[in-house]
Write a protein that binds this ligand. Sequence first.
Ligand SMILES: NC(=O)c1ccc[n+]([C@@H]2O[C@H](COP(=O)([O-])OP(=O)(O)OC[C@H]3O[C@@H](n4cnc5c(N)ncnc54)[C@H](OP(=O)(O)O)[C@@H]3O)[C@@H](O)[C@H]2O)c1
Length: 278
Amino acid sequence: MTHPLLKRIKVGFIGAGHMSQALIKGLMESKIIKNDQLFVSNRTPGKLLKLRELYNIETYDLNEPIVEDCDVVILAMKPQDFPKAVEEISQHFRDEQIIISLAAGISADQLEKLIPRGRIMRVMPNTPSLIGRGVIGLYSQTDEESAIDIVQDLMSSLGYVLKVETEDQFDALMISCSSGTGFIFEMMMYWQDWIQERGFTTEEAKKMTIETFLGASMLAAQSVGVEIEKLQQRVTSRKGVTAAGLDSMRELEIERALRISFEKASMRSKEISKQSLV
Ligand SMILES: NC(=O)c1ccc[n+]([C@@H]2O[C@H](COP(=O)([O-])OP(=O)(O)OC[C@H]3O[C@@H](n4cnc5c(N)ncnc54)[C@H](OP(=O)(O)O)[C@@H]3O)[C@@H](O)[C@H]2O)c1
């Protein structure tokens, strides 16, 4: 059951880009809230026109009305646009308001410097959120349960929401799930290439790759209580075909390659965060 306040809260988006559009689509399709509870502003009018046509929601050329009227404000600008946009509206935030930042690389402390009032939370979606299959990280400066429940319910239309305890965990979730989506695509590209080189069409090779990743994921998801290692053992007979491939992967230290890549991504995330203008 969703939080009872969801029936009457007003949710405002500042920035009408990819993530806002995904969230609005998810909220509308899941019927978590109604279109007359949604409000959106954007720097330029094109995306607002589209959202108005699609969902008949109220849109604004200015950001002030969103902050003045809404109970939940979702800040969905790119990190480089973020400080300036927030500075311009900072005086309008209110103590009881829930303020959600989607910006990667802007820490909760930095947000608190920019936003003088309100219950601040960070949310990290990833691109599968566009189809409701994201992993969404939630980090909250407030431990007020009701506010957290509302945000969890709102974000559940994008996928699996996980509330983390520290910003280090928030960053780890971003690397493994948001950047991780890119890492998986890297592997899928080599998978498809290898198949294609053996005479399959691009279409067939792509389909075979996708279904293999999807099938393995779905099998893991539906094998409740079974570790991934156990599922792997089930496709691997001693000295068999799969075992030969896996031995080679281990000799080539695929685990090390992955761990180093995760660490490099994590270092870059910290660097970007330090360079942030806040
Ligand atoms: N996309 C992802 O997969 C993803 C994943 C995780 C987190 N995020 C985070 O989500 C946030 C949004 O990303 P996105 O991909 O949705 O970006 P996006 O498509 O570029 O959308 C950003 C929107 O913000 C608008 N904007 C910029 N400055 C503004 C201002 N002062 N006032 C009002 N609107 C303003 C832009 O308007 P214009 O139309 O005029 O350019 C644009 O429509 C970012 O902070 C990003 O780090 C995104």
